[in-house]
Ligand binder design. Sequence first.
Ligand code: HEM
Ligand SMILES: *[C@@H]1O[C@H](CO)[C@@H](O)[C@H](O)[C@H]1NC(C)=O
Ligand SMILES: *[C@@H]1O[C@H](CO)[C@@H](O)[C@H](O)[C@H]1NC(C)=O
Ligand SMILES: *[C@@H]1O[C@H](CO)[C@@H](O)[C@H](O)[C@H]1NC(C)=O
Ligand SMILES: *[C@@H]1O[C@H](CO)[C@@H](O)[C@H](O)[C@H]1NC(C)=O
Ligand SMILES: *[C@@H]1O[C@H](CO)[C@@H](O)[C@H](O)[C@H]1NC(C)=O
Length: 503
Amino acid sequence: MKISSILSSGFVIASALQFVAAYPGSGVALTPRKTSILINPAAQPDLPTAAQAQAAASAASLNLDDIQGDILIGMKKNQELFFFFSITNSTLFKQKLKSDIKVRVTTTTQLLSVSSQPTTALNVAFSQQGLNALGVTDDLGDPLFTAGQEADASVLGDPGTTNWVPSFVGKQIHGVFLLASDTTSNLNSFLSDLNAILQGAIQEVYSLNGAARPGDQQGHEHFGFLDGISQPAVTGFNTPLPGQELVAPGVILVGEDSDPVATRPTWAKDGSFLAFRQLSQKVPEFEKFLTDNPIIEDGLTPAQGSALLGARLVGRWKSGAPVDLAPKFDDPVLAADPTRNNNFTFAHPGQNILNDQTNCPFTAHIRKTKPRADFPTPNPGNHIIRAGIPYGPEVGPAEAASNTTVTERGLAFVAYQSDISNGFHFLQHTWANNVGFFFNKNQTQPGWDPLIGANGGQPRWALGLDQTNFDRNITLENDFIVSRGGEYFFSPSLSALSGALSA
Ligand code: HEM
Ligand SMILES: *[C@@H]1O[C@H](CO)[C@@H](O)[C@H](O)[C@H]1NC(C)=O
Ligand SMILES: *[C@@H]1O[C@H](CO)[C@@H](O)[C@H](O)[C@H]1NC(C)=O
Ligand SMILES: *[C@@H]1O[C@H](CO)[C@@H](O)[C@H](O)[C@H]1NC(C)=O
Ligand SMILES: *[C@@H]1O[C@H](CO)[C@@H](O)[C@H](O)[C@H]1NC(C)=O
Ligand SMILES: *[C@@H]1O[C@H](CO)[C@@H](O)[C@H](O)[C@H]1NC(C)=O
């Protein structure tokens, strides 16, 4: 190749730019991105642009440069690695946290534009054991966090820790690094950098690889339903679409307006509690249940009756269209329109919301975890931002034919909130697992959330799933979702990392 053609090639220009892009203030070079780290299926709401978010943030005095990037962006990651570690030398770890780690931690602002996204985004969060190991003695004001998730297992409906991944048992985990990118090779090379930086300071306890599912299943969880459609909008970050609820920043971020807990250490401001759960999904078993129990209704084939049952368990069709607006057949056009696919309340003219489940069962997953007009007055407190990602391989043909899961797969569930007892814990325990919820309906016990409701591994049941007979009581002999455990973490602000949590 001639020198002149090398000089005019994009390759040379691109490599020259590598010396411009760097982690802020670090001198560590970055390859500028041309494509986003994030996925954005049509049905999911777009993130705000950096300029829109900046305008909203300054009006609400929120500092998006100080908030870790994973918290507000939801379920849009392409590839993610959860790296759970224990701290082996806290002096060294603190030094590195303040310096090499802190400069690599990705902020909310950075994730909003492709041009400011790093090759691999990094977030970090600590368990109470981790804060203890770092000598941080401040009480963060969240008793569930302090006690750790293992102590919460039975209350969450898990049969103790029988099915838990051993690493989540015994408080071994001090923290988690969340690495996000668009290729596994990016994640792996970032991880080896991280391990080199933290040589002698940490030890791996466990790791879990998540990835968006391939092809047209991108953004869908393993049962096949599009996920990440309905998230709360947060004042100071984004503007609600029709039907989307706007919540005060303190519902998600510690120390912000409407944080329910008054006494927090100053350094905890703009952090968020991260509830992590490894939720395995029995996909062939779920499919068999739908096949064996179609809703029998005029005009529906058995396959359509099975698809309808699945949609009524979730409250949305696989496409993402809500059953409240598309009660009998899927509507892919509605599904793909974020201005319409969340614009419903479960109330309909001519229907009584206290006894009518024509459009959506009381127990549907999205109704149990996000009541809308079921509550006569707004419910400002019980909200989470879901930021999980599927893990595990696709179902193979032999596995599907056998109706039995061979290889584990599921959802690496992540929920952010300012108070775990109002957020994840409340949704799981007080709503999904509570057969009496909703309380004011003509059925005193509508049943379990048929998807995530958990009864200590014992059978569950739900009414309202059959559109032709609301009182039909369907028994769910086996769980389609089996908890493999997890941990409660705190994802601090960047300034708290700079001060190495100010202890
Ligand atoms: C493997 C486990 C799970 C699966 C497969 C799953 C699946 C889904 C799907 C398909 C949706 C509809 C998409 C959307 O509205 O964005 C959804 C929504 C939702 N899920 Fe889950 N989910 C799981 C676990 C959980 C857990 C453990 C919780 C909380 C305890 C939860 C809370 C929610 C909430 C709050 C919504 C949004 C409801 C709304 O705003 O309308 N999910 N989930
Ligand atoms: C921990 O790291 C510090 C700082 O690098 C070092 O001085 C110290 O010897 C290490 N402690 C142990 C037990 O390795
Ligand atoms: C949202 O729903 C309301 C009430 O059904 C309706 O009036 C409005 O036009 C809908 N908005 C969009 C964008 O479809
Ligand atoms: C609740 O009301 C619905 C609609 O009127 C009716 O079909 C159902 O039988 C009622 N169930 C109970 C337990 O009263
Ligand atoms: C799997 O389940 C389907 C639906 O019930 C059934 O037709 C098929 O025979 C089952 N296959 C095996 C291997 O049990
Ligand atoms: C539904 O059936 C189960 C047994 O499978 C029973 O324990 C439960 O009480 C029934 N629920 C209602 C509301 O009848």
